[in-house]
Every structure is written in C-alpha cells, then in structure tokens.
Design a protein. Structure first.
Length: 135
C-alpha cells in the first residue's frame, strides 16, 4: 500500500517537462532581447568612437580654424577673434553677407563643436555675428 502509483510519477514528469519548456521559451525571448540590445550598444559604441576620432583632435581643429580665419575675404570683414585655452569666440557687430556666407559655409561643413551661434540681420548686405567654438 505504500507504493507510489506509476501514473502519478508520469504525471509529475509531464508537469515538470511542461514547466521546463515554458521556462525555456522565456529564456529564449530574453536572449533575443539581450542580443538586440547588445547590437544597438555596439552600434552606438562604434558611432561614438568615430565621433571621438573626429572631434577629439584639438590641434587639428585649431589648425583648420586658423586656416579658415586666415582667408583674405575674412580679413576685410573686421572680425573680433578672442582665443582662450578652451574656446575661440568670433564676433562682428557688422559683417558683410558674402563674408558671413563664406565663414558659415566653412564652419558648418567642418567638424567643430559650436557652443554658441547668433546671427542677426541688420540690412540686406550686413549682419551681426557671434560664434563660439569649443575645443
């Protein structure tokens, strides 16, 4: 009378098997979610690495900016340039629109950390400019 019915053992094994299958499917979905998150993180890491390579080189950035500011068309514009260790501030109370277009074309097509940019139209041919670029 103290024997265990084989049907009870079979039922217990089937229940245990069903429970394990349910747990396995949950683990599979977690694994696919973790894999997709890893791929997203890897893509962000590669993007950040490439951005660091572009923006982290201070010497190259300074040299390129000095090359732009040394152009003839900007000498006549009367730019007030203040340089510090952390940034360069370019301002002009009245700059010609041709010089402004030239400067903005070069700055915006380059890889510079622009922290402040204010341009105000004064007339058809003049504008005021305030530009701050950080290193």
């Amino acid at each position: 009378m103290n024997q265990i019915n084989p049907l009870h053992i079979g039922g217990l094994l089937l229940t245990l098997l069903a429970f394990l299958m349910f747990q396995l499917s949950g683990v599979k979905t977690e694994l696919t979610e973790a894999k997709s998150e890893f791929e997203k993180s890897e893509k962000v890491a590669v993007d950040l690495s490439s951005l660091k390579a572009v923006y982290a080189n201070k010497k190259r950035t300074k040299k390129a900016l000095e090359r732009i500011l040394a152009q003839r068309s900007l000498h006549a514009a009367g730019l007030d340039i203040k340089r510090t260790k952390e940034f360069v501030k370019i301002s002009s109370p009245s700059i010609d629109t041709r010089a402004l277009n030239f400067l903005m074309g070069k700055i915006l097509n380059g890889s510079y950390k622009i922290s402040e940019l204010k341009i105000k139209k004064l007339s058809e041919t003049k504008a005021s400019l305030l530009l701050e670029i950080k290193w």
